[in-house]
Ligand binder design. Structure first.
Ligand SMILES: [Zn+2]
Length: 275
């Protein structure tokens, strides 16, 4: 990414921050309610939402994305450093379609959600308890090794919550740009309850090279993979997100050490939306 694009990103990050401060109370609303929500005062929004507000989520994400944009090209992390060349992992043959069960798509028993495979709007399992226990253990171990992490993760998001986030970004960036870093409602891994965005103690999404590298090297020991890695954007459909972990379970080690994306490993289609 060149300097012009980087400064452009900083400008956009500022612009989206401003826009999202206005749209902050729109969580769970459809896009046509965004304009309406601008009338809501900050105090009203705070009173309505005792937990983390959507505007805070947006701020955190905007800052993290700006950091990622700044860091591009500086090669601060080696996304495939954990790959073991001696270990032969056979990716599944491409061509066999995932099986569908109750509107969810599985390949080899692994739930797949990307821009080609969605989840039903009414699918709302909440945070997976096993995945939560594993991420808590992972965070304890990171903290005990002196790393800057918080136990407050961004985890399960309902269809409506994702809708509020996504259309907020579309309003700020336009759809084409928003699609590179925010899932359309029904296409977010967060709706499965198996995805966690990790933050530092200040509440910012994790982007620092030390923590990011630790996650690449170690998160599989807890059953996770770093889902969106640098250099894999065309396959995953998203910009790199060092903070986003996806719970897989026992097969996380194979996947992580293969150096492949989940799509490549399972032999399922990724990339962009069909329309
Ligand atoms: Zn995420």
């Amino acid at each position: 990414m060149d300097r012009q694009k980087r400064s452009d990103w900083k400008y956009r990050a500022s612009a989206v921050l401003f826009t999202l401060l206005i749209a902050g109370s729109a969580i769970g609303c459809s896009s046509d309610k965004l304009a309406e929500s601008t009338k809501t005062s900050d105090t009203q929004a705070a009173a309505q939402s005792p937990k983390r507000t959507s505007e805070e989520e947006e701020r955190i994400r905007s800052e993290a994305l700006a950091k990622i944009a700044e860091g591009n090209g500086q090669n601060e992390t080696e996304p495939t450093a954990q790959a073991d060349p001696d270990q032969v992992v056979e990716a599944d043959a491409a061509g066999s379609e995932p099986v569908q069960e109750n509107g969810l798509f599985y390949k080899d028993g692994i739930l797949i959600v990307n821009k080609k495979y969605s989840v039903p709007a009414d699918y709302a399992p909440g945070v997976d308890p096993t995945a939560q226990a594993q991420v808590t253990q992972l965070l304890q171990d990171m903290a005990s090794q002196g790393m800057n992490v918080s136990y407050d993760t961004s985890n399960f998001r309902s269809y409506d919550t994702q809708s509020g986030l996504y259309f907020g970004y579309v309003g700020a960036y336009g759809q084409a740009e928003a699609d590179t870093f925010s899932a359309r409602p029904g296409y977010s891994e967060h709706q499965t309850g198996l995805a966690f965005d990790l933050k530092d103690s200040a509440g910012n999404l994790i982007t620092s090279p030390t923590e990011a590298q630790w996650l690449l090297d170690n998160s599989w020991k807890y059953g996770f993979i770093v889902r969106y890695q640098e250099g894999k954007e065309a396959i995953t459909g998203y910009q790199a997100e060092p903070w986003h972990l996806r719970y897989i379970g026992d097969r996380a080690q194979e996947i992580a050490q293969s150096g492949l994306t989940l799509e490549e490993f399972l032999g399922v289609e990724g990339g962009d939306y069909v329309d």
